[in-house]
Design a protein around this ligand. Structure first.
Ligand SMILES: Cc1cc2nc3c(=O)[nH]c(=O)nc-3n(C[C@H](O)[C@H](O)[C@H](O)COP(=O)(O)O)c2cc1C
Length: 167
C-alpha cells in the first residue's frame, strides 16, 4: 500500500473482531516502533503487549473499559530522564509519540485497527502490568481486526495548518 493510502486509511477503531492478532503481525508492528527515531537515539521506550484477558480487564478498568474487548492492548512506557528536557518540554513524550505512530501506521498497513488512548489512571496501569517505579506509562492502544469502518473525522484545511516564512 502507498504510504499516503496508509495514512488516509487509518482511523481510531473502537470495535474489534475477537480473532487474535498473529504473532508475526505483532512482531511486524513492534519492529516499526523499534525503528523510530528518538532524542540522541536514547530509545527510552518499552512496550507491553497485553493479550491475557484478566490483565486487559485491569488495563481497561484504568480508563477506557471498551479496550479490554480487543484481542490485544499495546501499552507504551517510557523512562523519562534519558531524553532531553528543554525548558518545560519533556522529550520522552515526543519520542513515545513518534514510536507509537510508527506502530499505529504499520498496523493500518496490515489491516489492523488501533486507537490512541491517552486517558487512563497511570498508577492502575502500572500496577496491572508491574511497570517499574522509574517508568511512565504514556499511552496505549487496543489492537485487532476492525469490526467497524468509521467515516473519516474532519480535519482543518491545509491553509489553516501551515504557512510560509511567518506564523
Ligand atoms: C494522544 C491521543 C490520545 C487519545 N486518547 C483517546 C482516549 O483516551 N480515548 C479514545 O476513545 N480516543 C482517544 N484518542 C483518539 C482521538 O479521539 C482520535 O484520534 C480523533 O478523534 C481523530 O479521529 P481518527 O483517529 O479516527 O482520525 C486519542 C488520540 C490521541 C492522538
Amino acid at each position: 500500500m502507498e504510504f499516503m493510502d496508509v495514512i488516509r486509511k487509518r482511523r481510531s477503531i473502537r470495535r474489534y473482531k475477537p480473532d487474535p492478532v498473529p504473532e508475526q503481525e505483532i512482531r511486524y508492528i513492534m519492529e516499526a516502533a523499534r525503528l523510530a527515531p528518538s532524542w540522541a537515539n536514547t530509545q527510552c521506550w518499552r512496550f507491553v503487549v497485553v493479550t491475557d484477558q484478566a490483565i486487559k480487564d485491569r488495563v481497561g478498568a484504568a480508563g477506557n473499559r471498551w479496550i479490554a474487548k480487543a484481542p490485544a492492548i499495546v501499552v507504551a512506557c517510557a523512562e523519562p530522564t534519558q531524553p532531553g528536557i528543554k525548558g518545560d518540554q519533556h522529550y520522552y513524550m515526543l519520542d513515545i509519540g513518534i514510536a507509537m505512530e510508527h506502530l499505529v501506521l504499520a498496523a493500518a498497513e496490515r489491516g489492523l485497527g488501533t486507537c490512541w488512548i491517552g486517558w487512563f489512571d497511570e498508577a492502575k496501569v502500572k500496577e496491572a502490568l508491574g511497570v517499574p517505579e522509574n517508568m511512565r506509562v504514556v499511552a496505549s492502544t487496543p489492537l485487532g481486526y476492525p469490526a467497524e469502518d468509521p467515516a473519516p473525522r474532519d480535519r482543518k484545511s491545509l491553509e489553516e495548518v501551515f504557512s510560509y516564512n511567518q506564523y
